[in-house]
Design a protein around this ligand. Structure first.
Ligand code: SF4
Length: 399
């Protein structure tokens, strides 16, 4: 029997999996040593072995529909990419990666495109779910960093879920929260969602806001913190957000969000009173025309209240895919250079020196939707699609 430690490829919880092969039969089990799941798997992860058949998979490289060897395929791909770059320049090619890639693969693809092809044109399907969270963190902290861990969820006094049906979308993390609440019944859970989802099963309070009004609820919370005079002095040094929140009274918020005033007031009091509070948010926040601003409205109340950068506290963006964060760490987005560095002169010089590159891209590349448009206009002639639309693990499309 062989046993491989691996990771569930589905949601962003990142559960550790032990995959075993015995007599040609694959079985999986949650990895009890893994810090994300400690042996737990949800039904999707537990069914992984049933998806490992070879049927319908691309088992060999193909060129123009014909089976070829790996050297033939790689040579043809390289020659065609080089021909396009020579004729049209590096901006005529692009990579479209995904949150299903390993961090090391992301790093190599980013290095190839930005460091040696010389264009910034590598973006990822993570762009379509996480770019609001990235922007929110960068605006607040200057870097795309998530200042929380799963232990903070379990160790908090007030867990707020907004735009998140974690019971379905992040099941094992939700199970950890359920267990933590059973262990400490005094822990409060607030769910902010227009719908009554399965996540509400453990909620002490469900705020069924009008769709799209969650930003106003958090701006009003910032105003309430200021009214109570409990704004952290380091945050008070940057008064623009406090000024913007001026006038967002409980009455105004209740009217805006379609909630009873008592519920808004009670939620604000719970947040203020809780020694530790954490806010979990995901696609219901991110996938909005003002998603970045909503992320910052959430981050602001944690900064302002001092419920930040300590155990059980913080603004916690739950990522959608298993390794969206890994890509963000190593620069797998068109708008960043590498390893949290931007297209600034000092960063460009440092990365060019480290990679030994004389062709380093000097400007950001095409973001996902802009990339699709450029392909449609015929400006991008070739795109290498990596690990998204899982029917094709790796495919190069050429115009
Ligand atoms: S919670 Fe997510 S990562 Fe964990 S087993 Fe389920 S689908 Fe996989």
């Amino acid at each position: 029997m062989t046993e491989t430690k691996t990771t569930c490829p589905y949601c962003g919880v990142g559960c550790g999996v032990l995959a075993r092969v015995k007599d040609g039969i694959v079985s999986v089990q949650g990895d009890e040593q893994h810090p994300a799941n400690f042996g737990r798997l949800c039904v999707k992860g537990a069914s992984l072995a049933e998806t490992t058949g070879l049927e319908g998979r691309l088992l060999h490289p193909q060129l123009d529909g014909e089976r070829v060897s790996w050297p033939q395929a790689l040579t043809a791909a390289g020659e065609r990419l080089r021909a396009i770059i020579e004729q049209y320049g590096p901006q005529a090619v692009a990579f479209y990666a995904s949150g299903q890639l390993l961090t090391e693969d992301y790093y190599a693809a980013n290095k190839l495109m930005k460091g040696f092809i010389g264009a910034g044109n590598i973006d990822t399907n993570s762009r379509l779910c996480m770019s609001s969270a990235v922007t929110g963190y960068k605006r607040a902290f200057g870097a795309d960093v998530v200042p929380c861990s799963y232990e903070d969820v379990e160790g908090s006094d007030l867990v707020i879920l907004v735009g998140s049906n974690a019971a379905w979308a992040h099941p094992v993390l939700y199970q950890r929260l359920v267990q933590a609440k059973q262990n400490r019944p005094e822990m409060k859970v607030v769910v902010i969602d227009p719908r009554r989802t399965a996540t509400c099963d453990i909620a002490d309070r469900h705020l069924a806001i009008a769709p799209g009004t969650d930003g106003g609820l958090f701006v009003g919370l910032l105003h309430a913190l200021a009214e109570h005079g409990i704004v952290d002095e380091r945050y008070a040094d940057t008064p623009a957000a406090l000024a913007a929140a001026e006038g967002w009274t409980v009455e105004k918020v209740a009217d805006f969000c379609g909630l009873p005033q008592n519920d808004v007031q009670a939620f604000y009091q719970e947040f203020i009173a809780a020694p530790r509070a954490i806010t979990l948010y995901t696609m219901g926040i991110n996938q909005s025309s003002s998603g970045s601003d909503k992320c910052n409205a959430i981050i602001n109340v944690h900064l302002a209240s001092g419920k930040f950068a300590r155990e059980g506290c913080g603004p916690f963006s739950l990522t959608g895919q298993p390794n969206a964060m890994g890509g963000r760490e190593v620069g797998g987005l068109a708008t960043m250079l590498a390893a949290h560095m931007n297209f600034e002169p000092a960063d460009l010089a440092r990365v060019a020196r480290f990679w030994g590159s004389e062709r380093l891209a000097q400007t950001p590349g095409l973001m996902a939707v802009d990339l699709f448009s450029a392909i449609g206009r015929g400006e991008v002639k070739a795109v290498w699609i990596m690990g998204t639309n899982r029917q094709c693990r790796c495919r190069i499309a050429m115009r």
